[in-house]
Design a protein around this ligand. Structure first.
Ligand code: NAP
Length: 253
């Protein structure tokens, strides 16, 4: 039956940036759908663990810094040691640094590109190697942005990184679809999380943004739930290299 295809019972998911915001919402969604969840972040994921367990799920915290590739092997081995395998990777962790383009330092450029783009690739590569070795196939979901499509203002490195991973999502899908690995993306619109707190605190920018969202509200972590479950499930078995906007209609304007 069609609804059974959305179930993730017995699957193991690794979600980066799991302690707050969109990552937290997606951990809860994956658990509700039946997956065991490994959440990665630098700081404690206690709130997420609590929320997952309240939904009857199982959550395992992996404290790691995704500012470089150094801890990728550690993340994969921790997840495997705990649950025996990996079926799903949600590449969600990311940062945004707001600065006029003329003032962006190389250090800040690298910081954003390393976590939002370089580590996204190498974590996807590490997960794909596991999927291939397991012979199970798997699912990778990269969290993109409206700035995968648009330029944005005062966030050049962020726009560069998010535009890059939309292309990367297509490139990896082409290589790995034949191996049973679905690589897709989700492009959230303007969501109320820490990532946008500066923007929401700016009354003028916040008003301009809200006025442009057809749905008439900022998105929430709950708005990500349906999209991530779909792309991580067998219901999306023939969906490859596509990035789904969850944006209240922002891109439709
Ligand atoms: P958030 O509330 O700022 O959360 C970011 C997450 O990334 C946190 O869990 C954080 O964990 C983790 N993280 C950041 N740097 C890390 C590092 N070096 N190592 C390990 N983890 C790290 O942001 P969010 O809004 O939920 O965003 C999640 C994703 O969605 C990001 O990729 C963001 O670019 C994207 N996105 C957000 C929006 C939006 O409107 N909010 C829109 C489009 C796309 P720690 O606290 O432990 O560092």
């Amino acid at each position: 039956m069609i609804l059974d295809l959305f179930k993730l019972d017995g699957k193991v998911a690794v979600v980066t940036g799991a302690n707050t915001g969109l990552g937290q919402g997606m951990c809860v969604a994956l658990a509700q759908a039946g997956a065991k969840v490994c959440g990665v972040a630098r700081r404690s994921c206690d709130d997420t663990k609590k929320a997952v367990e309240e939904n009857g799920g199982e959550f395992f915290e992996i404290i790691a810094d995704l500012g470089s590739t150094k801890q990728i092997d550690y993340i994969i081995s921790e997840a495997k040691n705990k649950f025996g395998k990996i079926d799903i990777l949600v590449n969600n962790a990311g940062i945004i640094l707001r600065e006029d383009a003329v003032n962006v330092t190389e250090e800040n450029w690298d910081k954003v590109i390393d976590i939002n783009e370089k580590v996204v690739f190498f974590l996807a590569q590490a997960a794909a190697k596991e999927f291939i070795a397991q012979g199970t196939g798997g699912k990778i979901v990269n969290i993109c942005s409206m700035l995968s499509y648009q330029g944005g203002i005062r966030v050049p490195a962020y726009t560069a990184s998010k535009s890059a991973i939309l292309g990367l999502t297509r490139a990896l899908a082409n290589e790995w679809a034949g191996k049973g690995i679905n690589v897709n993306g989700i492009a959230p619109g303007y969501m109320a999380t820490n990532n946008t707190s500066q923007l929401r605190d700016d009354e003028k920018r916040s008003g301009e943004i809200l006025e442009r969202i057809p749905a008439g509200r900022w998105g929430t972590p709950d708005d990500m739930m349906g999209a991530v479950i779909y792309l991580c499930s067998d219901a999306a078995a023939y969906v490859n290299g596509f990035t789904l906007a969850v944006d209240g209609g922002w891109l439709a304007r």
